[in-house]
Ligand binder design. Structure first.
Ligand code: CP
Ligand code: NVA
Length: 306
């Protein structure tokens, strides 16, 4: 049976193993070890939206593992001229060993996965960004040594990154506090799912409108853009509503002195985060970005059968 990665919950039982495998991949690369378990494997990558990190890290990951990745824009595919997602999935499954898909709509990722006979990996949609969170958790483990007893404060929009991060924190047993404006909370069913998982792992999931409450004594502060890809029409109103949720020097003073600052990037400097925070010694955003590569390798090795 093929395994898809559409939600971070799809890899709930093996998440910690994949994180450790990502750390192992990083060690291997530091030692300049050649490791090519995916030799002669191919992967299609369909991107409906722009990408720097996800696209490059997946493509380089596949190359380093001995395989080959193809970047496909729907504009250049028959998908852009009305060929169905289901037919695209059936055809690509005859050529490649996995499909990475960045989509506007979560339902489209699900439809592609339902009709593909090879693993489908969600490279971000409107609901989740699971691969990002594998790299984020890997970064937290690298910097803090583990998850239990830590407090992660997410300040900002209840978006795709927030959803996967909340579910990921629940899975690894890390306390998750989120501060967001009224009306920009994460989806209720995702909060419910996270709380159910957290009950088993002992993690706390707290949603508040007060950024200081979220950040107080935090070990990790995380934020993301206020205007996600697809939300551009709401830009003006969002920039106003989110202003009190900026991660700046005044806010981070409430965290532990050895807190780490994280952001999936791209950052909109001067909006959700100020330069003095993202460029501070507490910021690990570029290690986090690097870890996308090592985490993608771990994901690919686990999902693509040799
Ligand atoms: N963090 C992230 O997914 O970045 P890209 O949009 O550049 O892939
Ligand atoms: N929430 C952002 C993440 C970008 C990596 C977006 O969806 O645009």
């Amino acid at each position: 049976m093929k395994k898809d990665l559409i939600s971070i919950v799809d890899i709930k039982d093996e998440l910690e193993e994949i994180i450790d495998l990502g750390l192992e991949m990083k060690r291997r690369q530091r030692m300049v070890e050649v490791y090519e378990p995916l030799k002669d494997k191919s992967m299609a990558m369909i991107f409906e939206k722009p990408s720097t990190r996800t696209r490059v890290s997946f493509e380089v990951a596949m190359t380093q593992l001995g395989g080959h990745a193809l970047y496909l824009s729907p504009r250049d595919m028959q998908l852009g001229r009305g060929e169905t997602i289901a037919d695209t999935a059936r055809v690509l499954s005859r050529y490649v060993d996995a499909i990475v898909y960045r989509a506007y709509k979560h339902e489209n990722v699900v439809e592609l996965a339902e009709n593909a006979s090879v693993p489908v990996i969600n490279a971000l949609d409107d609901l989740e960004h699971p691969c990002q969170i594998v790299a984020d958790l890997m970064t937290i483990k690298e910097k803090k040594g583990g998850f239990r007893g830590l407090k992660l404060a997410y300040v900002g929009d209840g978006n795709n990154v927030a959803h996967s991060l909340m579910l990921g924190a629940a899975i690894v047993g890390m306390n998750f506090y989120m501060a967001c404006p009224d009306g920009y909370e994460p989806k209720k069913d995702i909060v419910g799912e996270a709380r159910k998982i957290a009950n088993e792992t002992g993690a706390k999931i707290v949603i508040t409108h007060d950024p200081v409450e979220a950040v107080k004594d935090a070990d990790v502060i995380y934020t993301d853009v206020w205007v996600s890809m697809g939300d551009e029409a709401e830009k003006e109103i969002r920039l106003k509503v989110f202003k009190p949720y900026q991660v700046n020097e005044e806010l981070v003073r409430h965290a532990k002195s050895n807190y780490i600052f994280m952001h999936c990037l791209p950052a909109h400097r001067g909006y959700e985060v100020t330069d003095d925070v993202i460029d501070s010694r507490n910021s690990v955003v570029f290690d986090e970005a690097e870890n996308r590569l090592h985490a993608q390798k771990a994901i690919l090795v686990r999902l693509i059968k040799p």
